[in-house]
Design a protein. Structure first.
Lengths: 318, 109
């Protein structure tokens, strides 16, 4: 790599006096000396360039030859040298502990946990809140976790529910239709506030669905058992049944027995997350209820035997 | 280990009696008795730094102990930071290291 013009390196014009050269070099050396800039990787290259420029220009003979164009700015490389910083950062650097010379400061033992470590460990003890980080460190607030109990129908149809927080405030939580038990809702920036302008944490809300007395969830479908009378089962007819979206009228076919299933299309869980609405499956259950005396008399007087014994598979009877 | 004569030959313009005086001021460590000092590599590098501070940067003998004290504190802090970094590298699980990097990256914004 071609060396830069030494006057340019020191920020001087070609006619600069020796005094100006010395002053310029002193100013730049103070700023760029690598031992005074241990964290700056470029400081060493920069300082070498400054030193080479100074070495050339502060030697009257070399400077005159350079000005006449007999030599160029390169070729003035100093031999490789090990800077103090290369030693001072290693274990051998402990040969010069702070406070050793001139009685500055108290005794200082690096082998002991220094202030940097002590601070780290204080933070690590999980106290939370103030003092967790340096005074100016931007930190995202922590997430807060809550549990929200949701009524079965609110989970199926969707709703907005108010969550009371421990600090007396509340959050209005929009519960989407079709949410399932154990699902977690994330409310952005509703957790612990950030520190020093950092973003707030989120509120994580785990949903617990309260079971319903007669609806059951089966994916997007709803299942329920509906009692029907003997007359409804034998003769059929219109009955009213509940669904998550309200009561509907359905027709029971003639001769419907216990276990017969009716499908109510689109009456299950509302459409959600790209899924179409589910169906409601109504399973009929014949119940006797209070026995009509006329029916009792009819059965007593009836001559013909029952058409079939429903227990014959269980007892082996005919 | 090098003698004071060899040391003065490697740093242009350095005089043996200056170096003797720096050892006397406790700016510099040396092995052996006065007149028969031996220097380690780190001592030689420190001699060069002190020489440049005095000659190239115009730090006088009043100010020099202050500068050296600050330099020593700076390097002590950097040694501790390197120790801390090694401790984190050796002891912390990957996700903790990633979390630390995340916090450090965030603190720059």
């Amino acid at each position: 790599m071609a060396a830069r013009d030494p006057y340019e390196v020191l920020g001087l014009k070609p006619g600069a006096t020796d005094k100006e050269i010395r002053a310029a070099y002193r100013k730049l050396a103070k700023k760029h000396h690598p031992d005074l800039n241990p964290g700056n990787r470029q400081a060493e290259e920069h300082f070498k360039e400054i030193s080479a420029a100074n070495e050339l220009l502060s030697d009257a003979d070399k400077r005159a030859r350079f000005d006449r164009g007999e030599i160029d700015a390169s070729g003035q490389e100093r031999p490789e040298r090990a800077f103090y910083r290369q030693h001072a950062e290693g274990q051998q650097g402990r040969r010069y502990p702070p406070g050793a010379d001139g009685g500055f400061g108290a005794t200082f033992d690096e082998a002991e946990i220094g202030d940097i470590f002590a601070d780290l460990f204080r933070r690590g003890q999980g106290g939370g809140g103030a003092g967790r980080a340096g005074p100016n460190m931007r930190m995202r607030g922590r997430d807060h976790s809550y549990t929200l109990a949701v009524e079965f129908l609110d989970a199926v149809n969707g709703a907005t529910r108010r969550l009371a927080l421990p600090d007396g405030k509340h959050l209005d939580v929009r519960v989407p239709a079709g949410i399932e038990d154990g699902q977690v809702l994330r409310l952005k920036a509703q957790g612990e506030p950030g520190m020093n302008g950092g973003p707030a944490g989120d509120a994580l809300i785990e949903i617990r669905i309260i079971p319903h007395p007669f609806f059951r969830r089966d994916g997007s479908d709803i299942r329920l058992e509906v009692p029907v009378t003997l007359a409804e089962a034998v003769l059929g007819g219109k009955i009213t049944v509940p669904t998550p979206s309200g009561n509907v009228s359905v027709t029971v076919p003639r001769h419907s027995d216990t276990g017969a299933q009716l499908r109510l299309r689109g009456k299950g869980v509302s459409a959600h997350a790209g899924k179409p609405a589910g169906d409601a499956y109504v399973t009929l259950k014949v119940v006797l209820g209070t026995v009509d005396p006329e029916l009792e008399r009819f059965l007593q007087d009836r001559v013909a035997p029952p058409a079939a014994n429903p227990r014959r598979m269980m007892t082996g009877d005919a | 280990m090098i003698t004071i004569d060899i040391l003065c030959r490697t740093v242009s313009g350095l005089q043996p009696d200056e170096v003797e005086q720096w050892v006397g001021n406790a700016w510099l460590h040396a092995e052996g008795a006065p007149g028969h000092y031996r220097f380690r590599a780190i001592d030689a590098a420190r001699v060069r730094l002190i020489h440049e501070l005095r000659h190239d940067m115009g730090i006088d003998d009043e100010a020099l102990p202050v500068v050296l004290s600050l330099v020593d504190q700076l390097y002590a802090a950097r040694r501790q930071m390197h120790r801390l970094r090694r401790a984190v590298e050796e002891a912390a699980p990957d996700e903790v290291r990633q979390a630390i990097l995340g916090v450090l990256a965030g603190s720059l914004k």
